[in-house]
Ligand binder design. Structure first.
Ligand code: AMP
Length: 418
């Protein structure tokens, strides 16, 4: 299927061509026709599936049609609520990219920075508002944002909103929306509280679902390194000597852990920065920018800070510590292997973490190969998927883990600068 077959208007098709998109992703193929029919949508999809374009493209088209029909007002017509600043910025960039030939104004607002420029932009009139819940409520309470003209409302990453404790704020925003509207609801997982929320705000929705979380791990070359906690820093420094690792995202479980890893790397003259909730908005954005433009080679992140980070050309993901929740492993390694490349993930596992590794292997349904070619191994370490299986050990001779082969997701664009 092509984008033309989705009956998109010419200015959007032209913008997609500039972006290098040729084939709509599965979530786009399913969602765009539903949204263009002005129906409510319940989308089960995570970041990395092309879900932002799945809602942004048809929203731009619907709002552009209103412009042609002479409906031009200063009021906000579409609202996208998303849990983190990074995601909000990326969604705003997507609207800028796909809407570059359409005269609609979009603006992103989030907390942690001065509200002055956000208020100025709102006063000049905004068609599409992208916001995190806290700052939006603040500005609503101060009378700078009015939602009575919203035609389309998007709730993005609803499960993450729940995780981050934003659900009450989200409900307060929803209470101010007009009853007559189109609602698009996205969540990677559907815990009961999220199901209840979706039932309460959607009217007769069409449900679309793409690749369950456990299968996304298949396009990524994954390896386990058994090493005890005190050796993990040395192991990371050892592995980073390999220049084939051009850009590495390193996950730690805690903010303190992230800062410690950065300190260790810097002492070994490896340029690294941390990105987590204790850093100021400016520091986080600067770190991400430095990582994207390759000024630094290593970014150390906690899960919440890293969710949704969209860096094309990320060569390696390191799990310095294994996550407590197995699905988080899949989200973490899903940061690599994007935009036409396969990815590589290296996970460190100490003796205490073996039960976590067992859960991860159960979720992804396979045993992750163990690398023993390093100076800090644990004697006789293995975690087997089933007792009958011998661990799959990779020796340095027979693995070619540094070669990055294209994966078989044929919608993914060829690497090109955005
Ligand atoms: P998302 O799931 O919205 O975070 O998108 C993941 C990545 O896929 C982003 O870098 C998008 O620019 C890219 N992308 C989205 N749709 C397409 C498409 N149809 N073809 C190629 N790349 C795409």
């Amino acid at each position: 299927m092509s984008f033309q077959e989705l009956e998109l208007i010419e200015p959007i098709l032209r913008a997609l061509k500039t972006e290098g998109y040729t084939i709509p992703t599965p979530i786009q193929q399913q969602s765009i026709p539903v949204i263009l029919k002005k129906k409510d949508l319940l989308g089960c999809a995570q970041t990395g599936t092309g879900k932002t374009a799945a809602f942004a493209i048809p929203m731009l088209q619907l709002l552009a049609e209103d412009l042609v029909n002479g409906k031009k007002t200063k009021s906000i017509k579409a609202l996208i609520l998303t849990p983190t600043r990074e995601l909000a910025i990326q969604i705003d960039e997507s609207f800028a990219a796909y809407g570059r030939h359409i005269p609609l104004k979009h603006k992103v607002i989030f907390g942690g920075v001065s509200q002055h420029s956000q208020v100025m932009a709102l006063q000049q009139g905004v068609d599409i508002l992208i916001a995190t819940p806290g700052r939006l409520l603040d500005l609503m309470n101060q009378g700078y944002v009015h939602l009575q003209s919203i035609q389309i409302f998007v709730l993005d990453e609803a499960d993450r909103m729940l995780d981050m404790g934003f659900v009450n704020d989200v409900k307060k925003v929803i209470a101010k929306l007009p009853a007559q509207r189109q609602t698009l609801f996205f969540s990677a997982t559907m815990p009961n509280e999220i199901k209840d929320l979706s039932n309460s705000i959607l009217t007769n929705p069409t449900r679309v679902e793409v690749t369950p979380v456990s299968s996304t791990a298949n396009t990524i070359d994954q390896y386990i390194f058994f090493a005890e906690k005190p050796d993990k820093g040395k192991l990371l420094i050892h592995l980073l000597k390999d220049k084939a690792i051009t850009s590495a995202l390193v996950f730690t479980r805690t903010k303190h852990g992230a800062d410690k890893v950065v300190k260790m790397l810097r002492m070994a003259s490896i340029k690294a920065e941390a990105i987590h909730g204790n850093k100021s908005q400016n520091a986080r954005q600067a770190a991400l920018q430095n990582f994207k433009n390759k000024t630094i080679r290593v970014l150390v992140a906690t899960d919440i800070a890293a969710r949704g980070i969209d860096v094309d050309d990320l060569s390696h993901v390191f799990n310095y510590e294994l996550p407590e929740v197995s699905e988080t492993y899949v989200h973490r390694i899903g940061r690599t292997g994007r935009a036409g490349n396969s990815g590589i993930s290296f996970s460190f596992c100490d003796t205490e973490e073996k039960p976590l590794l067992r859960d991860i292997q159960k979720l992804i349904g396979k045993q992750i190969p163990v690398r023993v070619d390093h100076p800090y191994p644990i004697a006789n370490a293995s975690v087997e998927l089933k007792a009958a299986h011998a661990p799959h050990v990779v020796s340095p001779k027979n693995n070619n883990h540094h070669s990055r082969k294209p994966n078989n997701n044929n919608w993914r664009r060829k690497p090109m600068a955005r």
